[in-house]
Design a protein around this ligand. Structure first.
Ligand code: UDP
Ligand code: MG
Length: 327
């Protein structure tokens, strides 16, 4: 492509206990990047791994300085690792990709091509997932639920795998929130966005780090940071419950007045029953909404504490010096 040489592309790769895939990642990613015909840098974020991830990343940096790396003082989570990588990327466009080769590096050139065509965000849309049925169903439901709750277009079935123009990266870097759902923030930013279909492979090696608890947390971050619908649901459900109890009251009054008639139907007054049902129902609804308010409150608390979003233990070859407090 003409004039490509003048661009620099950064690739951000979060790595958490990925020693088994790293050698193949280094090889395949470097091979792919050599074919792009642009300047490139790769930033790997060691998200507090307990295995040999850091040792492998340092060796790779020594072998090929275009591979830089930083490590966190502990595990801060995938979305934070991605955010830190994006923060330190210096390219005209930034690619985010998982370390486990589920997203094939060989596909990246198609993303770059679209970016050069003028799109600001090109996100990957998973055509087939080679994952368990439960995970597939959870993801499917979650994306559809979330997209109905928010007032901007959230691409369905797109993960973090994408290319973003510098102007989107700058916007993401100014977003201060801690509980991040990067693919949502990315969509929220707007500009010209498009999807590219690809086949998501199974993990090359190692195990998925997303267990049910982490997925649930990610889903809640997605919903809570983009929608206050769960909060306003309290009002709606409250209104419906009052309407329902009002009907109940009318029924009770009728049962009282036309006692004989209702008894002949077999639905006469049973002492105490209505009270039990009402208390259980209202108690349940109240607890649910206390929980929902708690979820929001917890996240607000996280935000107001203004702690650094991550803590860097060591870094190799970064072009930008890590700030002491990455807000
Ligand atoms: N990851 C991370 N920190 C974590 C969990 C995961 O940096 O706390 C990285 C992981 O190394 C991988 C990517 O995030 O590169 C996606 O994780 P994984 O493949 O386990 O998730 P899945 O593809 O199963 O959803
Ligand atoms: Mg994976």
């Amino acid at each position: 492509m003409n004039g490509r040489e003048k661009y620099k592309i950064s690739v951000v790769i979060p790595c958490y206990n990925e020693q088994d895939v790293l050698p193949e990642l280094f090889r395949r990613m470097t091979d792919a990047a050599e074919g792009w015909g642009v300047d490139w840098e790769i930033i790997c974020i060691d998200d507090g791994s307990h295995d040999n991830t850091w040792a492998l990343l340092s060796t790779q940096h020594a072998n090929d300085p275009r591979w830089s790396a930083l490590s966190f003082s502990r595990n801060f989570g995938h979305q934070t690792a991605v955010s830190a990588g994006i923060f330190h990327a210096t390219g005209d466009a930034v690619i985010v990709i998982d370390a486990d080769l589920q997203d094939p590096p060989e596909e990246i050139h198609r993303f770059i091509k679209k970016w050069l065509d003028g799109y600001d965000i090109v996100y990957a849309v998973r055509e087939h997932r080679k994952e368990g049925i439960l995970k597939k169903i959870s993801y499917w439901t979650f994306y559809r639920l979330l997209s109905r709750m928010i007032d901007f277009d959230l691409p369905l079935d797109s993960g973090d795998f994408c290319i973003m123009d510098r102007k989107i990266v700058d916007i993401l870097n100014t977003m201060p929130e801690r509980n991040r759902f990067v693919r949502g923030l990315r969509a929220w930013a707007g500009f010209r966005q498009t999807g590219l279909a690809y086949e998501r492979h199974a993990r090359t090696a190692g195990e998925s780090k997303y267990d049910f608890k982490r997925l649930r947390r990610l889903a809640l971050d997605g919903i809570i940071s983009f929608s206050t619908l769960p909060l306003s649901m309290a009002t709606n459900i409250g209104l419906w419950t009052s309407a329902l109890s009002f009907l109940g009251i009318i029924l009770l009054v009728l049962q009282y007045i036309f006692r004989d008639f209702f008894e002949s139907l077999g639905i006469g007054l049973k002492p105490g029953f209505s009270t039990h049902v009402t208390i259980l129902f209202l108690g349940g609804v109240q607890l649910i909404f206390l929980g929902i308010i708690g979820q929001y409150l917890g996240r607000i608390y996280d935000e107001v504490k203004q702690r650094p979003r991550w803590i860097i233990k060591q870094h190799l070859g970064l072009s930008t010096k890590p700030p002491s407090n990455p807000l």
